[in-house]
Design a protein. Structure first.
Length: 115
């Protein structure tokens, strides 16, 4: 299993970014996918999750209405569209899949929201 995140960077408050997570080594379309984030000195937290067919999503209260998770099963990729970014969104963002009871993580991508 390999998960590779991309799309992070430095953005001003109110700006947007789209994160991507390219997956390989498993049948992507069969598994739910999640995005997590970890800010300095804080625990890793769930940001958003999407079912295997993309028919169901859920979000942390702190990002509802601003972030959208989606997936393209033909491209084995899950996305996180982040709008109206706030300084408190600054964190390393990770994608995750749980396969056969084991969590697999990507290496993370840094998102910094600052003026």
């Amino acid at each position: 299993v390999q998960l590779v995140e991309s799309g992070g960077g430095l953005v001003q408050p109110g700006g947007s970014l789209r994160l991507s997570c390219a997956a390989s080594g498993f049948t992507f379309s069969s598994y739910a996918m999640s995005w997590y984030r970890q800010a300095p000195g804080k625990e890793r937290e769930l940001v958003a999750a999407i079912r295997s067919a993309g028919s169901s999503t859920n979000y942390a209260d702190s990002v509802k209405g601003r972030f959208t998770i989606s997936r393209d099963n033909a491209k084995n990729t899950v996305y996180l569209q982040m709008n109206s970014l706030k300084p408190e969104d600054t964190a390393v963002y990770y994608c995750k899949v749980n396969r056969w009871g084991r969590d697999y993580w990507g290496q993370g991508t840094q998102v910094t929201v600052s003026s």
